[in-house]
Ligand binder design. Structure first.
Ligand code: SAM
Length: 366
């Protein structure tokens, strides 16, 4: 059933219809984006398909009928031809479907409440020392202070990632692989003023993140897509930089870096922040297995990253071990009202040395 109108949208003119002022150009032409929102109620399982990347700009005019009225009187009928650039489904395996389902249903306060602090929603961990004064002071506002502090540390982590993207110009294009609710993409646009595309296999996250981009008034520059980062369908060589912020543990690294290598232009940069297990201590520790279990993911070995990068013409230029800088975040989170129970496994894995929190920077060469 299609046609239900969503309400409560930013820039709403009438139920389900938004009009957004997009600016005035040098010729004094003012543009508006008009969007009609329709909801779909799915009454039969598997009744929906998604046509992604459909081009609707190629129009052909149907030949005028001999008895057609003179042009200008009645508009002539036109037919639209649509073509798609991606044929393969976004979710290709049962495993990917289970990950998508996990993120579609995810409502953890540790992500939602922190995002509500300033409207930038992250699904990653924090970096840097925390301000101990948040734990003292009036009891009734302690929770609020701790949440704001955890959020500050998560945004600081995204800043560290963005610091390593290199000199990005406003005309460049960036890709956020596994974009979650979109926080890092919005911060990247705020910093560089350029176009950012985020991809995630959770359609709920796409909806949420695009609504945030609208809310921030940057929907013309920051777009989120229901796409698999292993096969994005974007044009080869279009991107100045690509990053993944805690997403690589869901995919095969050789396949992922093959796709990123295709998307990056020569000299383009890839930045990754990830947890990985330590080849030196040998294999997956019990604490790392608990992390895998909690997120239905498969943490890779440190060595796997470098093998997969070099196999795909991505040459590492910098590696930073962030482990000691993320431990305070976990200590604070363990003492907060938004602790999820996984804190102990992270702290054990980091402290015993079986797990690292790494930032890896690599450049695309031919
Ligand atoms: C831990 S969250 C990180 C989100 C975001 N990078 C951040 O820092 O807030 C992991 C994300 O990876 C996405 N993901 C997992 N596998 C994916 C795939 N094959 N293609 C695209 N996104 C994927 C999930 O949908 C989710 O958005």
């Amino acid at each position: 059933m299609i046609g239900l109108r969503r309400t409560g949208l930013p820039h709403e003119r009438e139920p389900g219809l938004t009009v957004q002022h997009m600016g005035t150009d040098a010729k004094a032409i003012t543009s508006y984006r008009v969007t009609a929102y329709h909801s779909v109620a799915v009454l039969v399982p598997d009744a929906l398909g998604v046509l992604d990347d459909v081009e609707i700009t190629r129009w052909t005019t149907a030949p005028a009928r001999r008895d057609a009225p003179p042009p200008g009187r009645t508009p002539r009928r036109r037919t639209a031809r649509m073509s798609t650039t991606t044929a393969s489904p976004v979710l290709r395996t049962d495993y990917q479907r289970s990950i998508a389902e996990y993120w579609n249903n995810e409502q953890d306060p540790v992500n939602i409440k922190l995002g509500e602090v300033d409207g930038i929603y992250h699904h990653h961990y924090g970096l840097g020392p925390y301000d101990e004064s948040v734990l003292s002071g009036p009891e009734e506002t302690r929770d609020e202070r701790v949440i704001a502090e955890l959020h500050r540390l998560e945004s600081a982590q995204a800043d560290v990632l963005l610091d390593h993207l290199g000199p990005i110009r406003p005309q460049d294009r960036l890709l956020d692989g596994g974009s979650g609710r979109g926080g890092t993409s919005l911060m990247a646009h705020q910093r560089f003023g350029c176009r950012v595309d985020g991809v995630t296999i959770s359609h709920k996250q796409v909806e949420f993140a695009n609504a945030q981009a609208e809310r921030w008034g940057v929907a013309d520059k920051v777009r989120f897509h229901f796409k698999n980062m292993l096969d994005t369908g974007f044009e080869a060589g279009d991107f100045a930089a690509v990053w993944t912020n805690e997403t690589t543990m869901y995919v095969d690294l050789f396949e992922l870096f093959g796709e990123f290598s295709r998307l990056l232009r020569h000299g383009g940069r890839y930045v990754c922040i990830t947890g990985c297990y330590n080849d030196v201590t040998g294999g997956r520790s019990k604490a790392v297995s608990q992390i895998d279990e909690r997120y239905t993911c498969s943490v890779h070995a440190r060595s796997e990253y470098f093998k997969a990068l070099t196999a795909n013409n991505l040459v590492p230029i910098e590696v930073v071990d962030l482990t000691s800088r993320t431990i305070p975040y976990w200590e604070l989170r363990e003492r907060s009202s938004v602790a999820t129970g996984v804190e102990k496994s992270f702290l054990t894995a980091y402290r015993e040395g079986s797990f690292h929190y790494l930032l890896i920077v690599a450049d695309r060469v031919r």
